[in-house]
Design a binder for this molecule. Structure first.
Ligand SMILES: NC(=O)c1ccc[n+]([C@@H]2O[C@H](COP(=O)([O-])OP(=O)(O)OC[C@H]3O[C@@H](n4cnc5c(N)ncnc54)[C@H](O)[C@@H]3O)[C@@H](O)[C@H]2O)c1
Length: 468
């Protein structure tokens, strides 16, 4: 018996044909810049776990050359120099690194509360800046960084939101813009961990360091908790896919299960409302890592993008797992009355409309798998064969490169070509504002309007009639 809820081959080829019309538009992907004089000399500030990860990746990027590293903790500074292997100058005070004329650009991966001072001082020293997410920590830093960066338009500022550099996410955005999901009304995002099994925020302490220095993420004085560290990536995805910023946020958080002295929440549930009524429904918990997306083949994190004509499950790749993007269709809409013909009955597709069964997932097709009719016969047959294997679930489409590599290479390329980063100042500031306002709504247990950020962190206007 044929499975009614499965797509027929005819339906599948219709959808595949629709997907084949997609192509990544806009700027072509960054081409490799090889010439030595096109190499950007950079310094790295903050060589902890993210810094070491980025330096590993930077080893494979040939349009940037590391000439200096800095960390307040000497073993981390030395470790950074060892990883990159270019015999960089070593500094414990980032201001000395910034004073070095051989440094054109800096990458910053310090704890969140140090992002703004380091970024501000680097811009003032004439450097281009790549700063990890979330870009800034306090409302006043949003206003100050916007003014400062806009006053230095020749200096590139990029934020480490690597999903913006993922071909999967770019393809999803194109599918949305071309109407392939109908009207996108809701996005669900989750990042769940089971910290009872392993708590990455309770790293062992070296004898010469305190918990606040090493595990700064646990404390509100240095950190925005789960919202800043995890949700920031996915709030940015929602802003990007909806093409808007939220109007307000409501939510509930609690420090309910992990009693280790942390004052950040160990679980957060947030709803962001966007201008056309769209909602981002977000959850991050630390007591269970199950992820119901992708047939539960992956754990922890992903997004579900829901439209009136389809759904996308999507997540970014890691060093050991590929990015995933699955596309599900909704029942076809009834035909509307046109040219004197009557509308088709609403049960046009009874197998999908009435049984509650879902449709089979189709993989999102990346540019390399899309048939353009520019390819040779063999290349085209190979593409069809690959797509058939994707549809059967035998193979999954994979990004050629980790988006982290693309974001790093792109940063150096934008410096050389006066390009604008995909994750630029405004992307970073909107994302940071969303993090701050979401935390505020949970701390103060109230609905918080996004317009509140305009006056937050600014001096109180002088009271009328007040003297002196
Ligand atoms: N984009 C991503 O996916 C991603 C992933 C992980 C972390 N991050 C971000 O990277 C940043 C760093 O995270 P981490 O896990 O590496 O933290 P970490 O604590 O492991 O590393 C921070 C490092 O900065 C150093 N440091 C602190 N103050 C400094 C200063 N004034 N000057 C120079 N060095 C200083 C610390 O000694 C430490 O080595 C955070 O903002 C985090 O959100 C981003």
């Amino acid at each position: 018996m044929s499975e009614k809820q499965d797509l027929t081959r005819r339906e599948a080829s219709k959808l595949a044909a629709a997907a084949a019309t997609l192509s990544i538009t806009g700027a072509p992907f960054v081409s490799k810049v090889k010439a030595a004089n096109n190499t950007v000399q950079f310094g790295f500030i903050g060589v902890g776990s993210r810094g070491q990860y980025l330096l590993q990746h930077l080893k494979g990027i040939d349009n940037g050359a590391c000439v200096a590293v800095c960390d307040v903790y000497e073993p981390s500074m030395r470790k950074g120099a060892e990883i990159i292997g270019t015999k960089p100058k070593m500094f414990k005070d980032y201001r000395e690194l910034l004073a070095d004329k051989s440094v054109d650009a800096v990458l910053i991966a310090t704890p969140l509360y140090m992002h703004f001072p380091a970024t501000r001082d680097a811009l003032d020293a004439g450097k281009h800046v790549f700063c990890e997410k979330s870009l800034v920590f306090k409302p006043e830093e949003i206003h100050a960084l916007r003014a400062l960066s806009n006053s230095k338009p020749k200096q590139v500022l990029q934020v480490g939101l690597q999903r913006r550099y993922s071909k999967f996410y770019q393809t999803a955005k194109q599918m949305i813009d071309k109407g392939m999901l109908g009207t996108v009304t809701h996005i669900r995002g989750q990042w769940h961990r089971n910290t009872f099994a392993k708590d990455p925020w309770n790293k062992p302490l070296p004898k010469d360091r305190t918990d606040k220095e090493v595990n700064w993420r646990k404390y509100r004085e240095f950190s925005g908790g789960l919202t800043a560290e995890l949700a920031s990536h996915q709030i940015d995805v929602a802003d990007w896919m909806f093409g808007a910023q939220p109007e307000f946020v409501v939510g509930v958080g609690g420090t309910d299960y992990i009693k280790d002295g942390r004052d950040i929440f160990d679980n957060i549930q947030l709803i962001f409302k966007y201008p056309k009524g769209q909602k981002l429904h977000y959850t991050s918990i630390t007591t269970n890592r199950h992820c119901p997306l992708f047939n539960a083949e992956r754990t922890e994190f992903g997004e579900c993008i829901m439209g009136t004509q389809g759904t996308i499950h999507i997540t970014v790749g890691t060093d050991s797992e590929p990015a995933l993007g699955m596309w599900y269709t909704e029942p076809p809409l009834p035909k509307t009355e046109a040219a004197g013909k009557s509308a088709a009955p609403a049960t046009a597709s009874p197998s999908l409309a009435s049984t509650g069964k879902g449709g089979r997932a189709l993989p999102i097709l990346l540019e390399k798998d899309q048939v353009t009719n520019q390819e040779s016969f063999i290349e085209r047959e190979m593409k069809y064969a690959r797509r058939w294997l994707y549809q059967k679930g035998v193979m999954v489409p994979e990004e050629d490169r980790n988006p982290v590599d693309i974001e790093l290479e792109s940063f150096f390329n934008d410096i050389k070509t006066a390009g604008r980063p995909k994750a630029d100042l405004e992307v970073g500031l909107h994302d940071s504002a969303a993090v701050m306002l979401a935390n505020r709504c949970m701390y103060e247990e109230r609905k918080v309007l996004f317009s509140e950020i305009d006056n937050m962190g600014k001096p109180e206007p002088a009271k009328a009639g007040k003297k002196g």
